[in-house]
Design a protein. Structure first.
Length: 569
């Protein structure tokens, strides 16, 4: 072989080596992107959390509905200061948890004769009485015929903001107990759907996000419409902010994105000021711990909730969380703070809500077990039913530092939200969440069991919002409808408002009730309501009720309903 042949062969080997290296680099890049996006998972031979055969994990429930945990373990929760403070704020510590109706009668009598001293109910008394007025009846207040993705009350409860897949933001006036659409805002640069919204602290502006490289800011009260683009300058071409919120002073917007990063936009400087590589997979949810906006939470598809200190974050430096909460065995869909700077809840695709104390972080072993379990999964919640091992798990990760786990609702198809109930009317005694089965679950924080299961929608309920001062909940569902849930007494059949679509649901479930099924089918067939909830159709009623619907009866009914809703205020 001459020297020219040797040179050519050497050149070919070098070229082949470079080609292989480039190919390996390309493959590594593609795999990294697939893993981060959730389209690929690393499979391990054995799952250290569950010991059964791996094949059995992927047996799916036929009805996609996990079972309620009827014997929750309260050992850890009962020994916490959260249990004591919630018992105090909800009146349980003072009045006990039995014979609510008898206690309410006694409390009303004491207030009437001046035995209360102050002449009015304390916060604990009010919350204790409010337990008797948990929502159990719904009224359809809006139907836009497109999937509802977001729906939240403003801080004062006077405005309700709705966002749906038809790329329209709807602003409703709820200040006088109604639900009147006062503004429709066409959203801009929307991919797939509007995915999240948030009110500014003063309630005069809103922000929203979608599959877009920017978030958008709009005013909702001024006559002249303002619609601003807030660019985030991401590195990915296909980019999305799944969750966003304002800081308490309104100067910053915090967002979590599909590139695993946290973004902070400065509203005064009109620029992105921070981008933190926070998680290994999509960041689905973010929240501030309290009104100081110094501590923030992020939850992602890596199954971990991370706690960050805003004062230590810098884009050019190495950002580290102050702590990590591990215990879920699938991705997180939502985080909500109790507002006390210590406690939070997380909703997860493992079909559970966990209650946490942020002072009790998880160790490295728990974090590694969470990652190991996450890497072993390959089911897709967006189109498959719940794997039976997630629906009713017998084991949990050793070292799980959560205070309590709540089960019964299902998390499928979309990032379903959960929240603490308001302090004013309930003492934050409840955790409530949407459900893929078209229900709203209200869990009692102190018992771990559902206090009410509200059934009515034909498709998944993605968002839920409890009025800050009234015992009313408005949900947002993929059947295109908003329901307002409120309390109605046992004889409410005689007190129906015949000009609206109202139905009563049992506190547990109405699926076995043929009459309820008939009413629901009737409601589903009549799907031509306008966006503001108005309707030009008659609602069926029995001859007995029709005979009772005199003007005098209607007037007395209205007075009784108003009095019952004001009793605990």
């Amino acid at each position: 072989m001459n020297s020219d042949d040797e040179d050519r062969e050497s050149s070919n080997r070098d070229s082949s080596s470079m080609s292989d290296e480039e190919s390996d680099t390309d493959i590594a890049t593609v795999l990294t992107q697939l893993i981060r996006s959730g389209r690929a998972h690393i499979l391990s031979e054995r799952n250290s959390v569950f010991e059964e055969r791996r094949e059995s994990f992927y047996d799916f429930l036929p009805n996609a509905q996990p079972s309620v945990d009827n014997t929750p373990d309260l050992t850890i929760l009962e020994g916490t200061d959260l249990y004591l403070s919630t018992s105090l704020s909800s009146g349980i510590y003072k009045h006990g948890c039995k014979s609510h109706s008898t206690r309410v009668t006694s409390l009303l009598y004491q207030r009437q004769v001046g035995m209360r001293g102050t002449g009015h109910f304390s916060g604990g008394d009010r919350s204790y009485i409010g337990h008797n007025y948990l929502p159990n009846k719904f009224k359809q207040v809006a139907n836009c015929n497109h999937k509802m993705f977001c729906g939240t009350y403003s801080k004062d409860g006077n405005i309700f903001l709705s966002a749906s897949q038809d790329r329209v933001l709807r602003v409703f006036d709820t200040s006088k107990g109604g639900f009147d659409c006062i503004r429709k805002i066409p959203a801009r640069d929307v991919g797939w759907s509007i995915l999240d919204t948030a009110f500014s602290p003063d309630g005069r502006a809103i922000i929203y996000s979608s599959w877009s490289e920017a978030i958008h800011l709009c005013n909702i009260h001024d006559e002249v419409e303002r619609h601003e683009v807030l660019p985030l300058s991401p590195e990915l071409r296909r980019f999305c902010i799944f969750s966003l919120t304002f800081s308490q002073d309104g100067n910053e917007v915090l967002g979590g994105a599909n590139d695993g990063c946290l973004y902070i936009y400065d509203c005064e400087k009109r620029q992105r000021t921070l981008r933190i590589d926070a998680h290994e997979e999509d960041v689905n949810t973010v929240a501030y711990a309290d009104e100081t906006s110094q501590i923030l939470f992020s939850g992602a598809d890596d199954g971990l909730c991370k706690v960050w200190d805003r004062r230590t974050l810098a884009e050019n430096g190495e950002a580290k969380p102050v702590g990590i909460l591990g215990g879920h065995v699938d991705g997180l869909t939502f985080v909500d703070s109790r507002g006390d700077g210590r406690h939070l809840i997380t909703n997860s695709k493992d079909q559970s809500i966990k209650l946490w104390d942020m002072r009790k972080f998880s160790g490295n072993e728990v974090q590694q077990k969470t990652r190991s379990f996450m890497n072993s999964q390959s089911w897709d919640y967006s189109f498959q039913n719940v794997p039976w091992r997630l629906a009713s798990p017998k084991n949990k990760i050793a070292g799980d530092t959560s205070l309590m786990t709540y089960r019964g609702h299902s998390i499928l198809r979309t990032l379903i939200r959960c929240r603490f109930s308001p302090a004013f009317s309930t003492g934050q005694r409840y955790i409530y969440t949407g459900c893929a089965a078209g229900k709203v679950y209200i869990y009692d924080v102190l018992t771990g069991k559902p206090a009410a299961i509200l059934t009515g929608h034909s498709e998944c309920v993605r968002d839920v919002s409890w009025h800050p001062y009234s015992m009313e909940i408005i949900d947002s569902a993929w059947d295109g409808r908003h329901f307002k849930w409120f309390h109605s007494s046992a004889d409410s059949e005689d007190e129906m408002d015949f000009d609206s679509e109202e139905y009563t649901t049992d506190s547990e479930s109405n699926e076995s009730n043929p009459d309820w099924r008939q009413r629901e089918r009737h409601s589903t067939r009549r799907g031509n309501d306008t966006a503001d909830g108005s309707s030009n159709r008659e609602v069926r009623r029995s001859p007995r009720l029709a005979a009772q619907a005199t003007p005098q009866t209607a007037r007395r009914t209205s007075q009784r309903q108003a009095a019952s809703r004001r009793t605990f205020l």
